[in-house]
Design a protein around this ligand. Structure first.
Ligand SMILES: [Mg+2]
Length: 273
């Protein structure tokens, strides 16, 4: 293939994709800063009639994501965004519709759960402990989660990334909260709602109304984006603007179909397909 910036790892052939699933953090923006070329690439994809879905493990509401993208000059309809909170609520409503929830998570997650579930801090009453990005995590919360898990509450998470990439830094993410709960309770996490679980990929394909192998997934993280693409059967593009680095590729058990420096290189890839 002619696209000089890409490495092709597998023999997967994607004809012109009928739908494209895009990660946000590390792919479209990094913290508050847009990745150069992201806006233009999205415009080109739209002109090329590639329907787009944005799939993120971030817990902020769909409305917050719409607003953030608008602030970066990218207009997106709410139904084109899937966050890990939405997937978690769907799963909980299906499996435990009357669950009493204890949530170790930031306010946007609590606010989205509140209309659907009752919260409890009584370990005897908690049906499910939800671990997530929690920047006010403390010993009190850990103790409640520990006792609830010891008493048999289910153990779910929105996402499980060890760290969260900021503009010029990384901070601890949901993986740290999961690790703390696992470390004291002896329990293992039972379910991750977001990537790399298949749930989010299946919802994205439903919204695109396409089959997996006819789509393309673009993300910056081997263990979430690329792993989910492989599990669901969606060809993948790894971009180098986020968490995963070229050195990680060599030892990664899951390889992307294409590797590009940045989302700015995607139009050239699409032309070559
Ligand atoms: Mg990302």
């Amino acid at each position: 293939m002619a696209c000089c910036a890409s490495i092709r790892w597998s023999s997967t052939l994607v004809d012109k994709p009928r739908g494209i699933i895009l990660d946000l953090d590390g792919t479209i923006y990094r913290g508050a800063r847009i990745i150069p070329g992201a806006r233009e690439t999205i415009e080109r994809m739209r002109k090329g009639a590639h329907p787009l879905i944005f799939a993120t493990n971030a817990i902020e509401s769909v409305a917050e994501h719409v607003e953030k993208l608008a602030g970066l000059g990218i207009a997106v309809r709410p139904d084109a965004i899937i966050n890990s909170t939405f997937v978690l609520i769907q799963r909980l409503e299906r499996e435990m519709p009357r669950a009493r929830v204890f949530c170790l998570g930031d306010p946007p997650l609590i606010e989205q759960l509140a209309p659907h579930f009752e919260f409890s801090e009584d370990p005897n009453a908690i049906d499910v402990v939800i671990a997530s990005t929690d920047r006010s995590f403390d010993f009190r919360k850990l103790s409640i989660g520990f006792h609830a898990l010891r008493k048999g509450a289910r153990f779910w998470a929105t996402n499980a990334e060890p760290t969260w990439q900021q503009e010029d830094d990384e901070i601890p993410d949901a993986g740290a909260i999961i690790g703390a709960l696992e470390g004291c309770s002896g329990r293992k996490l039972e379910l991750i709602a977001g990537k790399p679980s298949t749930f989010m990929g299946e919802i994205a394909l439903e919204r695109l109304n396409q089959r997996a192998h006819e789509c393309l997934l673009i993300g910056d993280n081997l263990t979430t984006d690329i792993a989910m693409g492989q599990r669901v059967g969606i060809p993948t593009v790894l971009v180098m603007t986020g968490l995963s680095k070229r050195a990680d590729l060599e030892r990664a058990p899951v390889k992307p179909d294409y590797v590009l420096e940045s989302i700015a290189d995607v139009p050239r890839l699409l032309e070559d397909l």
